[in-house]
Write a protein that binds this ligand. Sequence first.
Ligand SMILES: *Cc1c(COP(=O)(O)O)cnc(C)c1O
Length: 441
Amino acid sequence: MSREPLDQSRKLVTELPGPKAREMRESLDTYVPKGVSPSMPAFAARAEGGIVEDVDGNRLIDLGSGIAVTTVGASHPKVVEAVQEQVADFTHTCFMVTPYDSYTRLAKRLDEVVPISGQTRSVLLNSGAEAVENAVKVARAYTGKQAIAAFDNAYHGRTTLTMGLTAKNMPYKESFGPFAPELYRVPGSYPYRDGLSGEEAAQRTIESLESQIGANNLAAVIMEPIQGEGGFIVPAEGFLAKVVEWCKANDVLFIADEVQTGFTRTGEWFASTTEGIEPDLITLAKGIAGGMPLSAVTGRAEVMDAVHAGGLGGTYGGNPVAVAAGLASLQVMEEEGLADKAKHIGEVITEHFTQAQKEDSRIGDIRGRGAMMAIEFVDPETKEPLAKLVNDIAVEARKQGVITLTAGTYGNVLRFLPPVVIGEDLLKEGLSVITDILADM
Ligand SMILES: *Cc1c(COP(=O)(O)O)cnc(C)c1O
């Protein structure tokens, strides 16, 4: 089914929300619980490249990719074709019952691209949280130990286990406890706020691991190489390498949660590469399949094989349609050089806000890597987080047709996760809308 390409320009033909979106929102509020609360004042009709077109005919600039999912765009022709072909062949057999080779081919592709040397094996699942859950299961089975350490400002999902690993209470954990046992939280590295070098921060982390948990009890340390929901916190140089070194010396596994940082988003296939670390296990989702629900745990063969036959799986894990999208997405990333494009996006965003920062000292920190960039807004005198300002900017940007996400433990971070295929002019226009709003506030 071929269609007219979606014009890659912002255009507002109604106020946002438009009349159709208003009606749909009323219906949404009737039938969908308020715990599920979309932020855009628009309903999607189509999406392609850097544009989401809404039901009222407005074209919005996408600076979120859902949340870091549509790296290759939300309807890349190669992904669409792969999905359509697979749907016509079969939608499901359950891989645990009747396997299909595409699952294995994707596992082989992951083996080629992940930053783990030697043979890896992969289990395919449905969501990021499910990948994290399974990485924890594998780590416990392999080590025979139980404790899992996560970091301040971490985000690992919303299921009962992963909520416990996630740091931020509101909205993720409030009223949902008790959480799973044997999950511990240790300080990480947040150079803008803690002022520590990588070495110093790692020393603090290791002291915490040793004094509060003990390597004899610790199955794994899990960390996002750049913390996502926590505010795109890039650890100080050398921090991760030191922590991984301690893990290896103490028979503790290191799990890199690359659900958000993975698949070219940060300018390499994976952020672990930039940090020079080699995880034992890596959790993957979001960008993996052009928007189809798919996730994976990839790890050293010896570690993955610690689980008994039948111990890993699930009804839908590695659904063939999602796998077809995954294979096509990885091909697009390679063919279109998306890692380099992501690096360039990082330069454009950095340049734009470095200019803006000269006139506005509320722009406290510009950080991130590649197409995963964020701005932390603070009171210039006290560094107090300016959460209300960030919320106001995001709300106004959305009304002006720019899909904008916030983040941060204190809610004072604007984050940019555009589809990596976005055109440069469109990206710059989106950024200008935001700095114009800022200038007015
Ligand atoms: C989004 C995210 C998750 C959870 O993924 P879901 O697909 O929403 O379950 C886990 N870890 C990180 C780092 C994430 O960004």
